[in-house]
Ligand binder design. Structure first.
Ligand SMILES: NC(=O)c1ccc[n+]([C@@H]2O[C@H](COP(=O)([O-])OP(=O)(O)OC[C@H]3O[C@@H](n4cnc5c(N)ncnc54)[C@H](O)[C@@H]3O)[C@@H](O)[C@H]2O)c1
Length: 216
């Protein structure tokens, strides 16, 4: 059986997912693509032989789309994920799931009401060999119980559209996911400290940011 996938958002990661689904993953085919930039959608759809649709709602409800991939900007994710749940279609949403706690809860409520898991978020570290080995060592108890975990996320460059809030919503969100998984614990508080910024940043950006998470 071939799963027919519709893609919402044909930017950097959207194109990469289309490439992987077309060239390296078996059992899947991209059939529909949309982007608010129509030229981008056309360019991204071509190698997959997919058609271009006008918007996310059209992708979600298309007859030739069995599953949805959301790779648009973070603030638009919740709308498309909720549409997919309403259509009863499985949806892979790039992180973040949403950019507010309210929208995350709305999605959880909608999925729970549907009665079956439909949503997966693009947190890939859990599948990475190095992270899996680290989890094995922690779970084995060989080095005792973790006291402090020091994580560093360094982006060599970011586009000018990257905002200070995205350091938490788009970047450190990977740490939030992987720490809950590695430590088998919940985060109960978070604090962001913004020290003096590097002169090499964009003027609007707080860089670096130090985030302190406390677990239960
Ligand atoms: N898991 C990872 O490690 C990883 C890596 C890169 C990006 N991402 C996530 O993927 C998402 C996209 O990132 P990107 O780097 O590809 O950004 P990008 O700006 O290159 O691409 C986003 C695209 O979405 C389009 N778009 C925005 N809103 C839309 C909407 N409502 N409907 C249709 N198209 C829309 C834009 O025109 C753009 O082409 C972000 O949420 C980002 O955090 C995750």
């Amino acid at each position: 059986m071939t799963v027919r996938v519709g893609v919402i958002g044909a930017g950097w990661i959207g194109k990469e997912h289309i490439r992987r689904l077309t060239e390296t993953v078996t059992g899947a085919r991209v059939t529909a693509v949309t982007d608010i930039d129509a030229a981008r959608a056309t360019e991204a759809a071509a190698p997959a032989g997919a058609r271009v649709l006008p918007d996310g709602a059209a992708v979600v409800t298309a007859d030739d789309v069995d599953a949805v991939l959301v790779t648009s900007w973070g603030p638009t994710h919740a709308e498309h994920v909720l549409d997919a749940i309403a259509a009863g279609k499985p949806v892979f949403c790039e992180k973040p799931l949403a950019t507010t706690a309210e929208d995350c809860l709305k999605i959880i409520d909608a999925e729970t009401a549907h009665g079956r898991r439909l949503v997966q978020v693009g947190f890939m570290r859990r599948y990475d060999t190095g992270y899996r080995q680290m989890k094995q060592v922690i779970d084995s108890g060989r080095i005792g119980r973790p006291l402090i975990v020091h994580c560093a996320h360094r982006n060599p460059t970011v586009p000018e559209s990257y905002t200070s809030a995205m350091a938490a919503l788009d970047t450190a969100v990977h740490e939030v996911d992987v720490l809950r998984w590695l430590l088998d614990d919940e985060i109960v508080s978070a604090q962001v400290v913004t020290p003096r910024s590097t002169s090499k940043r964009f003027a609007h950006l707080k860089d670096p940011q130090i985030m302190l998470f406390e677990t239960a």
